[in-house]
Structure formats: C-alpha cells, structure tokens
Design a protein around this ligand. Structure first.
Ligand code: PMP
Length: 431
C-alpha cells in the first residue's frame, strides 16, 4: 500500500498542529504506522490522498450512520448555504429539529442545541448541579463524555488509548467532585451514594458504553441506577452522544426502556456537521437561561446549515426505522463471521455487539467493565489493525473504541470484512 502523500502531509502537519492531528486517536499512536489523510468518501468507502480505498468502519466516529454522501442531507445543506451560513438569531429549523427530537425521544421534553458532544455533557452537568444545588457527580471508569474537566477522570476513548485517563490540567477541586465507579456494578454506586449522602447532583453514563470498546449494560443495571437516582434525588443523565438515534430511533433509552432525567446528544444529530444537544424533563430544562438561572450560550448554536443537516438526518431516520433492524442484521452477520473464524483458528477472543456497535477484544475474558476491557492485548490489536488496513478495512485505531456500522455496508461488504478478519487472524496466529 502506497501512502507517500499521507506521510508527507503528516510530517508537514506535525510542524503546525500538536501531534499533527486535531483529535488524538487520529494519529494512530496506539496502533503504530502513519495516519492516513482522507480526501473523499462515498457510501461505505473512504479514499485517501494516495487514492487507496477503504471500507469505513469509523464513519466519522458515529455520525455517518447512513454512510457517506447521503443525497438528502447533502441537498439540505446546499439549500441552507444558499440562504446564509449563520444568522445568530432564531430560525424555523431550530423549532423543527427540537420538535422532532422530543418526538423521537419522549424523555426529552425540552432541548437545547450546542456545537459538540463535549458541550452537551458539560452543560448538562452544570444544569444538574444548578438544579439540585449539589456539587458531586458519579461517572464510570472507561466511559467518555468529551473533554470537559469533570469528565477527564478515569476517562475512556482517546484518553484511555493514550494512557492518560486522568489528564493534567484538571484542578484538584474538580477531581474531588468527580466520583468514579466500575461500570455494571450497582453496589459500588450505592456505596458512593451512601458515603456522600445528599451531595450527589448527577449520575452520568453511556447506557451502552462505546468508549472502552463496546460494553453492554447487564440485565437490570440501568433500571437499578434509575432506582438509586429516584430514591436519592439524583439527576440521571444518559450520555447518548454515541447511542442516540443509533441503537434505535429513540436511542438506548428506548431499547432498554429506561427513562433518564437528562440526555446528551451529538454525532448523528448533526448528520456530519458539528452539533450536540442536551435535553430532558421540562422542569429541569427550564432552569436553563433565559428561562432559568443556569447560564449556557453559543455564538453558533443552532447554526442554520448544521440544523438543516441534522434535520434531514433525523427526518430520514424517523421515517425509516426499518434501518435499525437491517443495521443489527449486518452487525450480527459480522459477529457470526468473526466467531466462525475464531473457532476455526482455535482463538478465544471476546466479541461484544448490539445494534450497529461491535468490538472484538483480544482477551478470553468476558468484557463488562473497563478492568475487563483492559485485559485485552493492545499490542496484538495494533498488529490486527494494521493487517486490516492493508486489506482495505479501516477500523477505529484503538482497542477502546467500537466499530460503527452504517447502512452502506451491505452483505457483500460485510463478507469482505469477515474475509479480511480471517486472513489477518490467521496471519497473526502463524506469525
Ligand atoms: N460522549 C460520548 C459518549 C462520546 O462518545 C463522545 C465522543 N466520542 C462525546 C461525549 C464527546 O463528543 P464530541 O467529540 O462531539 O465533543
């Protein structure tokens, strides 16, 4: 595989951009090799500067659930651009998208648009603190909620990949207010709540974790958290930046039938444009300025071009909920193909999947929290990643991320992925 142009760009990039990238995991540091500079994408594929073609299993880290270049979204953006790039005043599209979100996700009675998932979680946290008058929060080891200070404690995703789950630059005071518990362990949460009686504003989690690889909530876990929050006046926040509009039209909360107090959204909600949102019970959301005292604002919040892309995406998903079944079928097909290869090669790796999220961990242990995810052999993952890339399959460049399956991946592309996986595993086993 020739990647001269990507190499040259990366070396140039490192002169002007820290580490040569605008988001750490993109640098391929955890998996070795040079990052690819992408020129274009279409459907299930991405093309790099050297004109190599890849099946894309990142899909912009989630937003491109319909694959790349969906015509309806592109057209909505073109029309919006003809009107203006930005006004900084209210628009019709903001009302339409807010209404649609509340329809698709009924726990969201009112919603505020922001520009990223990070902004959504930071704002939701401030709101939960303002609403309850309490300072502390509980988050889960290996969950990632963006790079707000409060969340860079035992964080997953890139922070875990880079080996810095507790980032320098976060003050002691902030760190003290963030309590952490292992995922899928209700007793640990109950203990924290008991020890910090009346001081916990919020419990925030990814209802299905994607940022330590794909990790599912065990039976009764989400309901158990709901119960603890109800009994202790704690705001339950589902961070559905990744799972919202992905696991079902109404996100993980619809799939598992658990209603959070607040929900944070991002990725798919912008159709590929920089959008986030937070919403939930009207009683809590009415604490947000100018309805209430908790301040939060944004020069480009509700940007008309971004709203048009998001509205086109959500409208499509709302009208085509059959895609969720087919996404799940594609993912199950890949999982079954992988399992067959593991059996044939007598390997005992762990595969977790749900809806259109899937991870293979290089460990023979079940993976249900961050500690068990960390039993995975990340060096082996790095070699696996490079083998897949050479065969034209672009995986997330970290063990601690999930694949994002898009509707552009049909059965024949899924079979190509399965074949590549078999070849690489075989090569690694022999090598
Ligand atoms: N929450 C979750 C669950 C995420 O997966 C992410 C990003 N991967 C974020 C928050 C942060 O979103 P953003 O990168 O848009 O700031």
């Amino acid at each position: 595989m020739k990647i001269e142009k990507s190499r040259a760009l990366f070396s140039e990039a490192q002169k002007y951009i820290p580490g040569g990238v605008n988001s750490p995991v993109r640098a391929f540091k955890a998996v070795g090799g040079d990052p690819l500079f992408i020129k274009s994408s279409k459907g299930a594929y991405m093309f790099d500067e050297d004109d190599n073609k890849y099946i894309d299993l990142i899909n912009s880290w989630g937003p491109m659930i319909l694959g790349h270049g969906h015509e309806g979204i592109a057209q909505a953006v073109r029309e919006a651009v003809d009107h203006s790039l930005s006004f900084g005043a209210p628009t019709r599209k903001e009302v339409e998208i807010a209404e649609l979100i509340t329809h698709m996700m009924p726990s969201v009675e009112k919603v505020r648009m922001v520009n990223s998932g990070t902004e959504a979680t930071m704002s939701a946290l401030r709101l939960a603190r303002g609403f309850t008058g309490r300072d502390k929060i509980i988050k889960f080891e290996g969950c990632y909620h963006g790079h707000g200070d409060s969340f860079l404690i035992a964080a997953g995703s890139g922070a875990a990949t880079m080996g810095i789950p507790n980032s320098p630059g976060v003050t002691k005071g902030t760190a003290q207010d963030t309590l952490t518990a292992p995922f899928n362990n209700l007793k640990a949460v109950q203990d924290l709540v008991d020890r910090n009686n009346g001081n916990i504003a919020a419990i925030i989690l990814e209802p299905v974790a994607g940022n330590m690889g794909c990790v599912l909530p065990q039976e009764g876990y989400l309901l158990g958290l709901r119960d603890i929050c109800d009994k202790n006046g704690i705001v339950l926040i589902f961070d559905e930046v990744m799972t919202g509009f992905r696991l079902s039209k109404g996100g993980a909360q619809e799939l598992f039938g658990v209603r959070p107090d607040l929900t944070t959204l991002g990725k798919i909600i912008g159709g590929g444009m920089p959008v986030g949102a937070y919403g939930g019970k009207a009683e809590i959301m009415d604490f947000v300025s100018p309805a209430g005292p908790v301040y939060q604002a944004g020069t480009l919040s509700g940007n008309p071009v971004a709203m048009s892309a998001g509205l086109a995406m959500l409208t499509y998903l709302n009208e085509h909920s059959e895609i969720y079944k087919s996404l799940q079928d594609t993912t199950s097909r890949i999982a079954a193909g992988y399992r067959l290869s593991l059996d044939k090669l007598d390997l005992k790796y762990t595969i977790n999947h749900i809806g259109s999220m899937i991870s293979m961990f290089f460990t023979d242990q079940p993976v249900f929290d961050f500690d068990s995810a960390k039993t995975s052999n990340t060096e082996l993952f790095g070699r696996y990643f490079r083998g897949m890339l050479e065969r034209g399959v672009y995986l997330p460049p970290s063990q601690f991320e999930t694949y994002f399956i898009s509707t552009a991946i049909d059965n024949s592309i899924a079979d190509e992925i399965i074949r590549a996986n078999h070849e690489v595993l075989e090569e690694l086993t022999v090598g």
